[in-house]
Design a protein around this ligand. Structure first.
Ligand code: ADP
Ligand code: ZN
Ligand code: ZN
Length: 740
């Protein structure tokens, strides 16, 4: 019986389900799930990803299908298991499949950019030409040189001989040109990293963790372990030991990090411990070539290690057996645009699909993960001590209410004193402040004017380096005012402190010290931050000022003092996770101190010294913190006791947006859940904490639920059925972390 092959294709265009196409006979054996193909939608040529293939009796086809036009690569570019993963993300995070594949298969893969081919010269054998050394001495010399080096980098040849000589030799068939493929692997340029090679012996505590995770690896079934190891307890070495084992057995490892700034350090460490192993890197700031080669490196090799950002979760590794989620508590794992997936939670699901082990690690695990060790079958591993039983740093709390005004600006007397001593001892300092820029408020002394963004309801920040007022939400820029635009007064004042100002105050205070700054303003410049981190490591920089980018993970043994300029920052927010964020941040930043042989100290500046979270963070009392936090969350039925889905309704027209949010949206949403009030609670709509961003007015609704998959399904259907007027936008964030 004749059959036709029909492919279901996910199209790179806003279409929410796969479309069916017939596969031309010539391509029947080549096209598989995971193949990238060209098709037409309407009359337009598009690209798509084959997700399923059916063999169909042509009689049963009641309508004619279009045919696939061509393939982009001659092999599938991803695995079937990843296609299941895309479907899961779309379902769980209530978004269209299109947005998932758009993220999962980046442009560099769709573009099919060329391989990197390095030209070589190969001597013809037997040597088929002879050159008279008297007539053509240079050509003779070149040929002799090639006889010594019968396979030579073309560039090496051209360093010594001219292109004319080469052309003559090519014409005479004395040599021919060949190409060797080179895989572009990030962070191999030697100027970017300083490998350190001192072999170490794991401690008994570290071995215990390794053994426990090994048991799961032995079983080859899905398991989740949470490694709670205090800062400086040697978690990275545990990861490396496990990587070594998986690689030895031919499996692959995915190592996820929440922050680009951490990548180089980790990659360097794994490479120096596991010599000869290729460690691939994946994040958005790499070159197209590096990204292309990492993707195909994953596809073509076994026993690969990839260190990357959350989007590395979509890489098609073979025999994936271990996923490490480092700093698993980090909010940066959540993508803040559609698809709004959480890197950690998606990693766990991906591990499940592969029957692999997922290892989450942190010095301050998330409330969710701890909950899962208590009430689900995540296995808790602990490293309660620092390496060599180095003490955790001594934390001093400074009550900023009693600091004399204007003394050293925002640096307390104690902090300045300790900085002096530290610099005298040639030790290093980190100053942490979670606000970039110079001044965070710009105001007029005569009237009530505050410079704010015309597109967002937030104040502008003054950035001294670029001499601009800047909006941190939409990047709007404005020339600094010399007089008040409202009343004309020349008395414009800058208030509030950002990292640029701390950098300046510090430099003025310690003229002989070398001060540098790391925040996202610096990050924009490629490799600059790697150079700064390198200079800090080598001791060229004495004081490093930075935002959350330097808060975690980094290991600088000579840092003995950390100053937390404003410990209260996150506590003012209207967010039920404010305590958790603050506790994690304070403990993590403090953990950068005293990691080497000298003890460490921390000066924590606060206006609310009696706050319980600050007190618990001072003592790094994780267990007390978690117990308190879990009981609060249980009392209010907040996550992890229920899931939260955040619906953001925004629109350019204030009144229309408000009417839609408060009438048709909420009414219809309540109808959907009318029979499910036992498991689902709806709150809102309310005006968002930031009322306007990028000229859109914003409202939000929260859905609390105990039955997440059922609720997601209902919301998905609802979001496709509800009529959303023009100019109004609905975005849905499942397990939201950010409520601005
Ligand atoms: P964590 O990730 O838990 O904060 P790291 O893995 O960065 O800690 O380790 C802290 C420091 O201790 C690093 O400099 C690391 O090289 C060192 N270290 C880790 N394990 C050992 C060990 N078993 N013996 C000696 N030094 C170790
Ligand atoms: Zn004014
Ligand atoms: Zn703005």
């Amino acid at each position: 019986m004749a059959v036709v092959f029909v492919a279901e294709v996910l199209v790179f265009a806003p279409i929410d389900r796969p479309l069916k196409y017939t596969i031309p006979e010539a391509l029947c054996s080549a096209i598989l799930p995971g193949s990238l193909v060209h098709i037409t939608v309407g009359k337009v040529k598009k690209m798509g990803l084959v997700c399923r293939i059916h063999h169909i009796d042509p009689q049963s086809l009641t309508y004619t299908l279009k045919s696939i036009i061509s393939m982009i690569y001659d092999i599938p570019i991803t695995h079937e298991i990843l296609i299941q993963f895309y479907f899961w993300i779309a379902k769980y995070y209530v978004c269209d499949l299109f947005s998932v594949i758009d993220t999962a298969i980046p442009n560099v893969i769709r573009k099919n950019i060329p391989l990197k081919l390095i030209p070589y010269l190969q001597l013809s054998t037997p040597v088929c030409t002879s050159i008279d050394p008297k007539k053509c001495p240079k050509q003779y010399e070149a040929l002799e040189f090639l006889k010594q080096n019968p396979y030579l980098l073309k560039n090496k040849f051209l360093e010594r001989f001219s292109r004319n000589i080469l052309d003559t030799l090519l014409q005479r068939n004395a040599v021919y040109e060949t190409f060797q493929r080179e895989e572009r692997i990030a962070y191999t340029r030697s100027d970017l990293i300083h490998p350190q090679h001192h072999p170490i012996q794991l401690t008994a505590e570290q071995w215990q963790v390794v053994h426990s995770v090994n048991e799961s690896l032995d079983q080859r079934t899905f398991n989740v372990h949470l490694l709670h190891g205090v800062t400086g307890s040697g978690k990275t070495e545990v990861y490396i030991k496990l990587i070594e084992r998986v690689i030895r057995e031919g499996g692959s490892v995915l190592y996820l990090l929440p922050e680009l700034a951490l990548t180089a350090q980790i990659v360097e460490k794994i490479r120096s411990r596991l010599e000869g192993l290729t460690v691939w890197v994946w994040h958005s700031s790499l070159s197209d070539g590096e990204r292309r080669d990492t993707w195909f490196g994953a596809l073509n090799h076994t026993a690969t290690v990839i260190v990357g950002a959350r989007s590395a979760l979509f890489l098609p590794l073979n025999h994936l057996r271990l996923i490490i989620v480092d700093e698993e508590h980090e909010f940066a794992y959540k993508q803040n645009e559609t698809p709004r997936y959480h890197g950690r939670d998606a990693a766990i699901y991906r591990a499940k699909l592969h029957g692999a082990t997922c290892l989450l690690g942190s010095a301050t695990p998330s409330v969710e993960s701890i909950f899962n060790t208590r009430f689900k079958n995540y296995k808790l591993e602990t490293l309660p001590h620092r390496i060599d039983h180095r003490p955790l740093p001594l934390v001093h709390i400074v009550d900023m209410r009693y600091e004399p005004q204007g003394h050293y600006g925002v640096l307390s007397r104690l902090l300045v004193e300790k900085m002096k001593t530290c610099l005298e001892k040639k030790e290093q300092i980190i100053l942490f402040l979670n606000r970039r820029g110079y001044a965070t408020t710009i105001l007029c002394k005569s009237c009530d004017f505050i410079a704010s963004c015309p597109h967002c309801s937030v104040p502008l920040t003054f950035h001294k380096t670029i001499r601009q007022f800047l909006c941190h939400f939409c990047s709007y820029q404005e020339q600094p005012h010399t007089q008040c635009p409202q009343c004309g007064s020349p008395e414009i004042f800058y208030r509030g402190i950002g990292t640029q100002k701390i950098e300046q105050i510090t430099q003025n205070l310690f003229l002989n010290a070398c001060v540098a700054r790391i925040d996202s303003d610096v990050m924009g410049k490629k490799h600059k931050f790697i150079h700064i981190l390198n200079d800090f490591r080598s001791g060229k920089i004495d004081i490093l000022v930075g935002t959350q980018m330097i808060a975690k993970g980094l290991d600088f043994p000579n840092v003995t003092l950390v100053g937390l300029i404003n410990a209260d920052g996150a506590l003012n927010q209207q967010d039920f996770r404010a305590n958790e964020k603050t506790f994690q941040l304070l403990v993590q930043v403090a953990g950068r101190s005293g990691r080497g042989d000298h003890g460490g100290e921390v000066v924590l500046q606060t206006h609310i010294p009696n706050n319980e979270t600050i007190f618990l963070a001072k003592n790094a009392d994780f267990n007390a913190f978690i117990d308190r936090e879990l009981s609060l969350r249980q009392h209010f039925a907040y996550p992890p006791y229920r899931h939260i889905i955040h619906c953001n309704i925004s629109g350019t027209h204030l009144e229309a947006t408000e009417v839609f949010a408060k009438e048709s949206f909420i009414k219809q949403l309540r109808e959907v859940f009318a029979e499910d009030t036992l498991h689902t609670e709806i709150r809102g709509p309310m005006t968002s904490p930031i009322e306007k961003i990028q000229d859109r007015y914003r409202y939000f609704v929260l859905i609390f639920t105990r039955n997440i998959s059922k609720t997601c399904k209902k919301i998905y259907d609802f979001s496709h059925q509800i009529h959303i007027p023009q100019g109004i936008f609905l975005s849905i964030d499942v397990d939201a972390l950010d409520f601005v």
